[in-house]
Design a binder for this molecule. Sequence first.
Ligand SMILES: [Fe+2]
Length: 117
Amino acid sequence: MAYEKATPEAAAELTADAKLEQLVIWLREDLVGELQAINQYQAHINQMDHPEIRSMLEHIRDDEKEHVAELTHLLTRIDAVQKMKFATDHTAAPADRVASVEDETSGLTVGNMFGQK
Ligand SMILES: [Fe+2]
C-alpha cells in the first residue's frame, strides 16, 4: 500500500480524496448552520405578533428547510455511507408511529402536529 501512495497517480488521488473529505466536512458544517437557522426563525416566529412579518419569517424558515434538503442530497452524492443510511428508514415501524408523511388523509407529520413547523 505504501508503494501505491508513492506513485504520482496515487498522490494525486490522495489529494482528490482529501479535497473531497474537506468538502464533506464543510457541507456538514453548513447543514448544522441551516438547522440552527430553522430553530432561530421558529423561535422568532413564536414570539411575533405582526402577521406580515410572521408570514415572511415562516417563508424564510421554509427556505432554510429547502437548504437542508439540498445539502443533504448533496452529501448523499459524495458520502456513500450517508447515502446508504438515508436509504433506510431508521425510525419506528409504521404501525408504531405517531404520524407519517405518507398518511395523506390526515396530513399529519411529526412537525406539523405542533403547528406546521
Ligand atoms: Fe440557508
